[in-house]
Write a new protein. Structure first.
Length: 361
């Protein structure tokens, strides 16, 4: 099931608190579902390009908050102004609450702060390995690579501050929430569905055509177990191999988690094989396959090496991936192992007293 935005998500809130770590801006009251992920995108004005900020998020139910990503005004070769950050927490109960944000800066005077809360459902409980990214740019409209996703069915959350306050943001591919504070900052937060394991980009278009000062950050929110099962394609190897007794089984996957399994046997013993049999290292008769292997999946091109094969032999194979979303499709292929090299031998022939040689291959 894909991650989704819950209807309890409150409206953007803003203010001009002192950046002293004490003064706060506070959201309207909202009641999230129990277990929902609360994501807060924080945008802040800064005095200058070295006014480093620290953002703190809290709520009236005392949830445990963590910062997943941030972009400081002094980061990057351009030395641009503005600050953005993304904080997350899990709602332990479906109880009404408000969220507050405070900033501490090198300069502690009053400056614009704006924040947007998203209430997410169907997210994975742990978010282990979830990706994030950040960047800066003076180009008005940018479409940077945010991060490389680790799973399908997730959500990309983006937070961007334009320190030049060009006007209201737009985006060609994000569902955005925006605000423009003339003479201070322009801000946006947005999201898009992640459909596969890939480099995920997002368009952030500052208003007009003038130079902007983007300070953006982004996070991946992984979908809960029970989402779409992984899909395998492009099985390898094929044809005649360069090896005689070993082979590396591989494929392309849309989810970089779980375990990749492969078995090798005759064509008759692979036809109609099930995912359960492949995972057990068996052929379609539920007995041990000629060869079997498995490996952890951490890239979109998982592979597992098998050994114990016979030279110059035609084989069939089957591969499958399993993760918290279930079993992938079973993918099959064929290959032939290389012929074994023949070593030359020297033999002696002829009558006693004479030696002649014949080179045999």
């Amino acid at each position: 099931m894909a991650v989704s935005i819950d209807a309890s998500t409150p409206v953007r809130f803003t203010g001009t608190p002192a950046h002293n770590g004490v003064a706060v801006i506070t959201s309207a009251s909202f009641t999230p579902p129990a277990g929902a992920m609360l994501v807060v995108c924080v945008n802040s004005d800064t005095l200058n390009i070295v006014d480093t900020q620290t953002s703190v998020v809290s709520d009236t139910q005392g949830e445990s908050w963590s910062q997943r990503a941030a972009r400081q005004p002094n980061e990057g070769s351009s030395g641009l102004g503005g600050f953005s950050a993304i904080h997350v927490a899990i709602a332990t109960a479906s109880v009404a609450r408000t969220v507050s944000v405070s900033l501490t800066g090198v300069d502690t005077s009053t400056r614009r702060v704006s924040a947007k809360v998203y209430v997410l459902t169907s997210q994975h409980a742990t978010q282990t390995g979830a990706a994030n990214g950040e960047g800066s740019s003076t180009t008005n409209s940018i479409t940077p690579a945010l991060f490389t996703s680790t799973n399908a069915d997730g959500l990309a959350i983006v937070c961007d501050t334009d320190w030049q306050a060009n006007g209201t943001f737009t985006s060609s591919d994000l569902t955005v929430d925006t605000a423009h504070y003339a003479g201070e900052i322009s801000v946006m937060s947005g999201y898009k569905t992640i459909s596969s394991v890939a480099s995920i980009s997002g368009n952030m278009d500052a208003s007009g055509a003038g130079a902007a000062e983007h300070a953006w950050c982004a996070i991946e929110v992984i979908a809960a177990a029970g989402g779409s099962a992984p899909t395998l394609s492009s099985a390898t190897p094929s044809g005649t191999l360069g090896t005689t007794t070993t082979a590396t089984l591989g494929a392309t996957t849309n989810q970089t988690s779980g375990t990749f399994y492969g078995v090798v046997d005759t064509a008759g013993n692979i036809s109609g094989i099930t995912a359960a049999q492949v995972k057990a290292g068996q052929n379609n008769g539920s007995v041990s396959a000629v060869a079997a292997a498995n490996s952890a999946v951490s890239t979109s091109s998982p592979a597992a090496a098998v050994s114990g094969l016979t030279a110059a032999t035609a084989y069939s194979y089957a591969v499958v991936q399993n993760n918290t979303n279930g079993d992938s499709n079973v993918l099959t292929g064929t290959f032939t192992t290389a012929s074994a090299a023949v070593n030359p031998q020297i033999r002696n022939y002829g009558p006693k007293g004479f030696v002649s040689t014949l080179l045999t291959m």
